[in-house]
Design a protein around this ligand. Structure first.
Ligand SMILES: *[C@@H]1O[C@H](CO)[C@@H](O)[C@H](O)[C@H]1NC(C)=O
Ligand SMILES: *[C@@H]1O[C@H](CO)[C@@H](O)[C@H](O)[C@H]1NC(C)=O
Ligand SMILES: *[C@@H]1O[C@H](CO)[C@@H](O)[C@H](O)[C@H]1NC(C)=O
Ligand SMILES: *[C@@H]1O[C@H](CO)[C@@H](O)[C@H](O)[C@H]1NC(C)=O
Ligand SMILES: *[C@@H]1O[C@H](CO)[C@@H](O)[C@H](O)[C@H]1NC(C)=O
Length: 757
């Protein structure tokens, strides 16, 4: 195993494993092995094949080489210096080239912590970052500064630090080329062309020294944005034929996205039974499952030979099975040294060719993800194979469009990777990055765990920062980010209720939490942050809500239409902690349910509430903490006995249960077939929700119950035979929701929810 050491203590505390050997006996000599200002580690003592890795504190890098391999008796490769190695301070590439503007200060060398500022000459508009700082990973913070006159078809593409640019013309078809100063390597596009759409082709180049790395934060941000662009586009396919139902099934099972994952098993990424690879792939699949699309996966391990872990042609190429297969896969002996990336890519090309024969590539996006921590060109350059893959895509999608359908990403880990070779293989797209270089395996897994937070997917409803039962890094708030607490003065006392964020501006709750026409004495806060009051504008009670409507029909208190919408003064900032839950019949919730976007409201209801017993959950408060409670919604054959128990309501207010529990209610609770949880008084107004593919869809608002079993603090309260809870079915409140949350709502500067019919 190659040890993973990072001096970046932030991650070290959580993630690092140290393997430092002091004195060893073996075939390689320890002469010149020391490093001034740093440490070293050996993967296998002084034996042949062992790797000597140097580690420097943050902001320093090992000079002259970060890694040496024991290649034979007393033969380190590359050779060790007699006087040993040293940790040198990281420098950033020269940032002082700015056309039509000024840079200060101009220094001969810029080291970690140095700042620069940028300004344009009169008449030029500034784009990018006006001040930048040289970071400990050898990169400048922010974006390339640009001074643009506005006269070209494309904006001036700028000059990244360390680069020289040829070409000044900015009209369609004009080209610029870049070169890096001596000692720096160019990653990204060496040449860019001004395109008709006003963008430059390819991706912005950057000039780096060998010792630069991307931080996990950067990688996560860039990768999630790029991936999301793919997923959002793939999910928006409207060209399918056939019936509605068929469409939704296709959407759930068909997959318009093929994802090929190649794991380098010659290094540590693949070792230890794929633990790290599993973590990454699992987090990735988890993230993708938040989207409307269900891709097909192929997973390969590659060293000098290629091992197929998941076959894209097997029925098990969908997410759940993929994880299972990967889990069951155990890593055998590494077959020889080095890795043959060409072989892995060739396998992928073969699979694509079969899909092509079957005419299944037309509207399918191809994503290739390669994870490597070694020299990937042991089997010769992989470029010819990548060219064949591109040619295949060109044949299908044409010269103009093929790039939209293919994304090749590389995650390179450690000091041993060949950046320039990888740069030739990855996709190059405007404002996106496809090649990421990380310091350690652990940082790589951290990237994947962080992705959801960075991604624009915050705008999607029903998401949460929750990587499953074993994830203890997420707080309760991050797992249940929609829960709001409401208190209102009714009569002479404060009444407590729950609510759910259904958009950044609106909270959905129960009407009975308020008194009639209440305009003050209402407090709204995020659950867990009760001391921060959210400012609100208006409480909108369902117009048909009327507690006394059926007094003459044997129902003393009637709770039909027990829903209210609270309009916040401004949008709440969406974050890991605060996100809306999905509500039915919105485009977003339909996608969250895995259905095609042309699905109707009725079809979504039939899809979600199609069984006698539908598992659902709601949040309850226990000693100021949130507890998730589990129930089954009783439908069809199970419904009658559930609603009938309304007759047994405490305080005997109901003589006619059919009148009291109308079709607008969902019923939960009781002990058949299993004992369920029961709602407590303060839970009213909260969301009754279903979980589909890790997304939460609210189907009900908790309204009232037969018995109050929550006195004392025996939590979580379980149901008795007759303790039933009744919830307003949101599928029956569509007009109200649409009127206030949809496009016709009265609020300004608010992005309405999109409802389907
Ligand atoms: C650049 O950073 C070095 C090291 O911290 C410092 O000594 C030097 O003064 C800085 N130069 C400028 C111009 O800020
Ligand atoms: C991998 O898993 C197998 C079977 O579960 C086990 O026997 C083996 O020791 C594991 N290897 C490592 C390196 O953990
Ligand atoms: C690597 O794989 C390619 C493609 O299968 C093959 O032609 C080549 O011989 C392999 N190289 C080595 C060193 O095994
Ligand atoms: C609430 O407002 C409605 C409409 O403005 C009015 O008819 C009703 O009398 C009010 N109720 C109370 C209790 O003030
Ligand atoms: C019945 O009345 C008692 C006393 O007012 C109250 O504590 C209890 O919560 C009521 N039960 C229900 C289900 O409303």
């Amino acid at each position: 195993m190659r040890p993973a050491i990072s001096w970046n203590f932030l991650y070290c505390l959580l993630l690092c494993t140290f393997t430092v050997y002091s004195s060893e006996v073996g075939v390689c000599s320890t002469d010149g092995m020391s490093i001034q200002g740093g440490k070293y580690s050996l993967s296998n003592g002084l034996n042949v094949g062992s790797e000597l890795l140097y580690h420097c504190p943050d902001g320093y890098y090992p000079y002259p080489n970060p890694m040496h391999r024991c290649a034979g008796p007393n033969r380190w490769s590359p050779k060790l210096r007699e006087q040993g190695s040293e940790c040198r301070v990281v420098t950033c590439p020269d940032p002082s080239e700015l056309r039509n503007g000024m840079v200060s200060p101009v220094l001969s060398i810029y080291v970690v912590g140095n700042h620069t500022t940028y300004e344009c000459f009169d008449g030029y508009t500034f784009y990018g970052s006006a001040s930048r700082v040289c970071q400990s990973n050898g990169k400048w913070s922010g974006d390339t500064p640009i001074c643009d006159y506005g006269s070209g078809h494309c904006r001036d593409p700028g000059i990244p630090p360390g680069a020289k640019r040829n070409g000044n013309l900015l009209d369609i078809g004009d080209r610029v080329t870049y070169e890096c100063s001596l000692g720096l390597m160019l990653l990204g596009s060496k040449e860019r062309t001004c395109l008709e759409d006003g963008h430059w082709s390819g991706t912005e180049p950057s000039c780096y020294k060998k010792h630069y790395y991307d931080t996990p934060e950067e990688v996560s941000k860039y990768f999630s944005t790029s991936l999301e662009n793919r997923l959002a586009i793939s999910g928006l396919d409207d060209n399918m034929d056939g019936q509605q139902v068929q469409k939704s099934i296709q959407m759930r099972q068909g997959g318009k996205l093929h994802i090929y994952i190649a794991l380098d098993t010659s290094g540590s990424i693949g070792q230890k039974n794929f633990t790290l690879a599993k973590e990454c792939v699992q987090a990735l699949i988890n993230q993708i499952s938040f989207f409307e699309i269900t891709p097909k996966y192929e997973i390969l391990g590659f060293a000098s030979e290629v091992t197929e872990i998941v076959d894209i042609f097997s029925p098990a190429s969908h997410s759940d099975e993929v994880l299972k297969n990967l889990n069951d896969f155990t890593y055998g002996k590494s077959k020889g040294m080095g890795s043959n990336l060409s072989k892995a890519l060739k396998k992928i090309l073969e699979k694509m060719s079969v899909f092509k024969e079957r005419k299944e590539l037309q509207d399918t996006h191809q994503v290739i993800l390669v994870f490597t921590d070694g020299k990937t060109n042991m089997g010769g350059s992989a470029e010819p194979i990548v060219i064949q893959i591109r040619d295949l895509m060109k044949k299908i999608h044409g010269e103009q469009n093929w790039q939209e359908y293919l994304d090749i990403y590389f995650f390179g880990v450690g000091a041993d990777i060949n950046e320039q070779e990888i740069n030739k293989l990855v996709s190059k797209k405007n404002s996106e990055k496809h090649f990421y270089k990380l310091r350690t395996d652990r940082e790589l897994t951290y990237v994947f765990k962080m992705i959801i937070d960075e991604s624009n997917s915050v705008g999607l409803c029903g998401l949460s920062w929750d990587h499953g039962k074993d994830d203890f890094t997420a707080t309760k708030r991050q797992k249940y980010p929609w829960v709001v607490k409401i208190s209102a003065m009714v009569g002479n006392e404060w009444k407590y209720c729950m609510g759910a964020l259904v958009s950044p501006r609106f909270v959905l709750t129960a009407a009975h939490c308020f008194k009639e026409n209440q305009t003050d004495e209402i407090r709204v806060s995020i659950f867990g942050q009760e001391d921060i009051k959210l400012e609100w504008d208006q409480v909108i009670i369902h117009p048909e809500y009327d507690v006394y409507k059926k007094k003459d029909k044997g129902v003393d208190e009637f709770y039909d239409y027990d829903v209210a919408i609270l309009n916040l003064k401004s949008d709440i900032t969406i974050s890991k902690e605060n996100r809306p839950i999905c509500i039915p019949c919105t485009v977003s919730s339909i996608r969250a349910a895995g259905l095609h976007s042309s699905t109707t409201c009725k079809a979504q209801e039939e899809f979600l509430l199609d069984k006698n017993l539908v598992p659902a959950s709601f949040m309850s408060e226990k000693k100021r903490n949130m507890v998730e409670k589990e129930v089954k919604i009783k439908l069809k054959d199970m419904r009658e006995s559930c609603i009938k128990d309304a007759l047994k309501a405490e305080n005997g207010t109901i003589k006619n249960y059919i009148e009291a529990v109308t079709e607008n209610f969902l019923c939960t609770g009781g002990i058949q077939p299993k004992v369920e949880h029961v709602a407590c008084k303060g839970d009213s107004g909260g969301a009754l929700y279903l979980t589909n593919q890790k997304r939460r869809i609210q189907v009900g608002v908790i309204s009232w119950g037969v018995a109050d079993l929550c006195k004392g603090d025996k939590h979580p309260q379980t149901s008795t035979e007759i303790s039933r809870d009744y919830h307003i079915n949101l599928f029956r409140m569509q007009k109200f929701l649409k009127d206030h949350l949809g496009e016709k709502n009265f609020v300004t500067d608010y992005e309405p929810l999109k409802f389907v019919d």
